[in-house]
Write a protein that binds this ligand. Structure first.
Ligand code: ADP
Ligand code: ZN
Ligand code: ZN
Length: 717
């Protein structure tokens, strides 16, 4: 018997599987989908068994040395899914399998994640007569059954003696690192008619592949809809996956689900340790839980009887993986829902243009919830900062200062959003215009006052702030731009009596700090929460009645065809944080160019109008969803080489692709020099992806063994 084993050998980008002989002693253990240890050149590597064949070969084969897993970790569905991912993302098959698994189960030699165990002590020989009072106490304690070893610290010497004599025994028991709160709350709200209708329509199609888009305004009760649908799925003895954006995975959300479903839930997100992730994964494989809530990669939860997949905030950018394999979680969700013949529910208050278009075309069934459960949507005012600047209010407008004053007088809370962290965002020389930039990435460094450091927000390069200009020696270094750190300082200057808490990447790097900030703000210890886009989503605070957005138009300057969509989404989301309970909310959006439709439509809470305006632009510029947009990127150490390879590819594609395909570039990538590497890119706009895929697949093969440059392909922008 022979096994085809897929191994990861980083340096060589090896794609093929290798054949090994299965020794008789391992015949029963080697199974498709398990990991095995095999010799590879001078080393031993781990690999996945992809198939087992009975074949005679007339050349010598090396033996499979060891079987790592007791159970297959890749089942038939996941094995096929990996092939699909590798095909659509142009990534290696091995990387497609690795991306689906928690670190503990990836095929990587020498990186074991341990199972957590605790020791119990139990009494073996009950006839033994204690020799000391301490021994007697210990034996009495153990009469009632095994006791945690940790709890017997006071008896260490008696314990040692009796263990040696074989009177007592130590046994280890596996435990999970994370345990759920198990108090299940019985009371459920009475559903609104909008909620009822949505649930009914989804349940009608519960055993067919049926994708839905739920367009529900913020606070319309989408979470309750998700939970009711899951209850139905559990009744049918099936399982559910719920994807939420990473930053919404707050204890608040987890508690909401746990109070309904107890410990029937596994949680997967990047804040967990490798050990915790491994534990949550095992709960799924062992069939101990029927629900998974997690960020992007939770879409790979190895359930075998899926009854529904829910993707909350479906428009969120992080559902697309940024590194290879660059898969989109919704693409995978569609594939899995089809495989299991179950509904896929995509929920959002501001659906992506792609999803909304699919709903309009009938590819997704559109469901809507227009009403907030408690109050109406807050009133939004746009505040022109040109005027305020003249009046001497450069950061906080007069209007916002007045509103904050009233808010504090009423014992209510406020949220201030500024989507830039740090203190000031640009430091330049007053004399010669020299700009402090990152030596790795060539983007401006941000000044962080508390650490007195200049930081690159891309690669984390850190240096001190120059006292004089490195170019001309002038002592006049000017700071421009506003970050959350400076905003908080300014807030304290204006409102010295009020306490604020800040939430951005800088204040949440430690594990658990994100949750701690939310708890502290909820307890009303602080009056204001200041933060970046991190605070825009999912949070539900009863007493927040005021939301202020500083530089609400800043996102429109980002060179990305989705910048209008992102701006509309950010503003709508953060506006949705105000007045969610009984009290009415107010929102102030400050900026310099507020007449852009993404801002005016957010003010009016008018998604439809935004969609129509944005679709006109997409059409005229031939952007998605009208046409596909693909990106080919050449990355290497030498700039000239990257450029010339990119030009070669452009020439090749222009010759081989029909004229309906637009090829733009080569251009230096948006962040041209990421960590010492250069990159040039080509953009492709095309309707029919078949020809493009064919040519690009050919190109990918050509660059497989190139040692100077790599070709990175992303056809799913
Ligand atoms: P969304 O996710 O649509 O923004 P949520 O699910 O957070 O909205 O719901 C907003 C609030 O309304 C939550 O506090 C939730 O508990 C509550 N809620 C949801 N459905 C109902 C209902 N049928 N009756 C009363 N309260 C509800
Ligand atoms: Zn200078
Ligand atoms: Zn950098």
């Amino acid at each position: 018997m022979l096994a085809e084993v897929l191994v990861e050998v980083k340096a060589k980008q090896i794609e093929e599987t290798f054949t090994y002989h299965i020794p008789d002693s391992l015949l029963d253990e080697v199974v498709v989908g398990k990991r095995v240890l095999v010799p590879f050149g001078p080393r031993k590597v781990e690999g996945f068994v992809l198939s087992i064949v009975q074949k005679e070969v007339d050349f010598p084969l090396k033996d499979v040395e060891e079987v790592i897993d007791e159970e297959a970790i890749l089942n038939k569905e996941l094995l096929d899914l990996g092939k699909y991912i590798s095909q659509i993302t142009f990534s290696s098959l091995i990387s497609s399998y690795q991306v689906m698994l928690p670190k503990a189960l990836k095929a990587r030699h020498g990186k074991k994640v341990a199972i957590k165990e605790v020791s119990y002590i139990s009494l073996i020989d009950a006839t033994y007569h204690p020799r000391t009072p301490k021994q007697k106490e210990l034996l009495d304690l153990l009469q009632g059954g095994p006791v945690l070893k940790k709890e017997l610290e006071n008896y260490s010497s008696s314990l040692k003696t009796l263990l040696e004599k074989g009177i007592l025994e130590e046994t280890k028991k596996e435990v999970y690192r994370r345990t759920a709160i198990c108090e299940v709350e019985k009371e459920r709200p009475t559903l609104t008619s909008e909620q009822e209708e949505v649930i009914e329509r989804v349940e009608k199609k519960k055993s067919t592949f049926s994708p839905f888009l739920l367009h529900g305004v913020t606070g319309s009760g989408k979470t309750e809809v998700y939970m009711r649908l899951i209850e139905g799925v559990l009744k049918d003895k099936k399982e559910a996956i719920v994807l939420v954006p990473e930053i919404s995975l707050t204890p608040q959300l987890v508690e909401t689900f746990e109070s309904r479903f107890g410990d029937n839930i596994a949680i997967l997100h990047s804040g967990l340790s490798e050990g915790e992730k491994y534990d949550e994964w095992r709960k799924i494989v062992r069939g101990e839980v029927s629900i998974v809530i997690g960020a992007r990669s939770a879409i790979f939860a190895p359930f075998t009887h899926l009854g529904i997949i829910i993707v909350d905030e479906e428009h969120t950018a992080t559902y697309k993986q940024e590194n290879n394999p660059k898969y989109h979680a919704i693409t995978i969700a569609l594939k899995r829902a089809k495989y299991h013949s179950c509904p896929l529910l995509l929920g959002s208050a501001s659906p992506s243009l792609e999803s909304y278009t699919r709903a309009k075309l009938g590819i997704y069934e559109l469901l809507t919830m227009k009403k907030r459960i408690y109050s109406s949507l807050p009133r939004v005012d746009l505040i022109d900062m040109k005027e305020n600047l003249k009046r001497g209010y450069p950061i906080f407008s007069k209007e916002l200062v007045d509103a904050l004053t009233t808010c504090f007088e009423n014992q209510e809370q406020a949220i201030l959003l500024l989507n830039r962290r740090g203190y000031s965002t640009v430091v330049t020389c007053h004399e010669c215009g020299y700009k402090v930039t990152c030596p790795n990435c060539e983007i401006p460094l941000t000044y962080h006052k508390r650490e007195n450091a200049m930081k690159c927000h891309y690669c984390d390069y850190t240096t001190s702030k120059p006292k004089k200009c490195p170019e001309c020696g002038s002592m006049k270094m000017d700071e421009f731009g506003l970050g959350t750190e400076k905003l908080e300082e300014e807030f304290h200057r204006l409102f010295p009596q009020q306490k604020s808490i800040r939430m951005d990447v800088d204040t949440t790097s430690r594990k658990g700090s994100h949750d701690a900030i939310i708890k502290k703000f909820r307890s009303k210890e602080y009056q204001v929460l200041i933060g970046t886009q991190m605070i825009a989503k999912g949070l539900d605070f009863e007493d927040v009645t005021l939301v202020g957005v500083i530089n609400g138009d800043a996102g429109l300057n980002i060179p990305d065809f989705r910048s209008s969509e992102r701006t509309f989404d950010l503003l709508s989301q953060v506006a949705g944080r105000a007045g969610r309970a009984k009290k009415e909310g107010r929102v102030y959006i400050q900026g310099f160019n507020l007449d852009h439709y993404s801002i005016t439509c957010a003010k009016e809470h008018n998604y439809e109008k935004f969609y129509e305006e944005e679709m006109k632009i997409r059409k005229s510029l031939r952007y998605p969803p009208y046409e596909n947009l693909g990106c080919l990127e050449i990355i290497g150490k030498k700039e000239a080489e990257c450029l010339s390879e990119c030009e070669k590819i452009a020439t090749y594609l222009k010759r081989h692709l029909p004229s309906s395909v637009t090829i733009l570039g080569p251009t230096a990538s948006f962040l041209p020099k990421v960590q010492h590497a250069h990159s040039y890119q080509l953009l492709l706009k095309y309707k029919n992806s078949k020809e493009v895929r064919k040519e690009v697949t050919f190109l990918k093969k050509q660059y497989q063994k190139n040692t100077h440059v790599t070709l990175d392909i992303d056809l799913s922008l």
